[in-house]
Design a binder for this molecule. Structure first.
Ligand code: GDP
Length: 315
């Protein structure tokens, strides 16, 4: 499959592949941006893969092409994988209109988010109309994924407090919807109680600066309860935010952030190629530690060292 090969090039860190991927993205960029981008997060065991399996199957049954990209911070840090691999979303992965791609490799979480963005663009150019970006809710990863998606869905278990679930407080503030999972059998009552308490919490802390009020729903991947409703909620968000302009405003802000992130990465690489800069930095690190210079002044000095290294290099 050409898409998989292109993604392999994007994910590669080899210098030649990096050049190739820049050219590749240039060629397809005009055909990107037309999908609905959905972020899904939650702690391990909350039911992400089961939910995406059911939800994704619903989406493909509507005749839409779906790509699922997973971002797994644990695979960067410990080389282990919270999200597991092949066995997840087995049914969905067999469907011809669904494409599932596990976490790209990268040395930093920021790097992973950038690569995920590039992979998402490739999927869009290949005609995928819905993109799901799945991430484990263990820290910063949700925040960087928020930067890539239009709609952010937070999956929660009933009966466990926020702190038990390890969800950072800010996440509930950026979510467009909270979905209580496993609302089936004996757990329905708990799920409804959790829904009511989250609704109350959101009511008490309304998010500012947006016309959208986060919604709380319950679902079961087993009985499929709530699946259709969640899809309808997302499409109504897209309609509403398209009409009031926030959809485009959000994408623009994300583009600006991404440009800045990509630029900073290039800048970091550019600076590091000068030995004079590196040795100056080591010297200054020592001086800052010995309180001979402030970190602030040292940084300014380093910037000047960088500028003169560039000048000397171009002479
Ligand atoms: P993930 O780690 O967030 O991807 O969670 P999984 O989808 O792997 O689910 C974790 C466990 O919860 C598995 O044992 C699932 O069978 C179970 N589970 C997931 N969804 C449901 C559901 O809707 N109802 C019930 N009763 N169990 C579920």
């Amino acid at each position: 499959m050409i898409l998989s090969q292109a993604i392999t090039v994007i994910e590669s860190n080899l210098a030649d592949d990096r050049k190739l991927s820049t050219r590749l993205l240039e060629k397809i960029i005009h055909a990107t941006g037309k999908s609905i981008r959905i972020g899904i997060t939650g702690v391990p065991g909350v039911g992400k893969s089961s939910f995406i399996e059911s939800f994704g199957t619903h989406i493909t049954s509507l005749g839409k092409k779906l790509a699922v990209l997973t971002v797994d911070p644990s695979s960067q840090i410990t080389k282990g994988s919270i999200l597991g691999d092949k066995t997840r979303m087995e049914g969905l992965s067999r469907q011809p209109s669904a494409y599932i791609r596990p976490s790209p490799s990268g040395s930093t979480l920021g790097g992973v988010a950038q690569k995920t963005n590039d992979v998402m663009l490739l999927c869009e150019a290949a005609g995928y109309e819905i993109i799901i970006i799945e991430t484990v809710g263990v820290g910063q990863s949700e925040v960087s994924v928020k930067n890539l998606v239009d709609f952010f869905l937070l999956l929660m278990l009933a009966g466990a407090g926020d702190e038990l679930q390890g969800i950072k407080k800010g996440i509930t503030e950026v979510a467009h919807a909270i979905v209580i999972t496993k609302a089936d059998g004996d757990n329905i009552k708990n799920a409804l109680a959790a829904k009511a308490s989250y609704e109350q919490a959101l009511h008490l802390n309304p998010s500012t600066g947006t016309a959208w009020t986060p919604k709380v729903l319950t679902t079961s991947a087993h009985t499929k309860k709530g699946i259709e409703e969640i899809w309808r909620l997302i499409t109504s968000y897209v309609d509403q935010s398209t009409a009031d302009g926030t959809f485009v405003t959000n994408r623009k802000a994300q583009n600006n952030d991404l440009l800045q992130i990509y630029f900073q990465e290039l800048l970091g690489l550019d600076v590091a190629r000068f030995r004079s800069w590196q040795s100056e930095r080591e010297k200054l690190q020592g001086k800052v530690f010995e309180k001979k210079i402030s970190a602030n002044a040292a940084a300014e000095k380093l910037l000047r060292t960088y500028h003169s290294a560039i000048r000397e290099n171009s002479e």
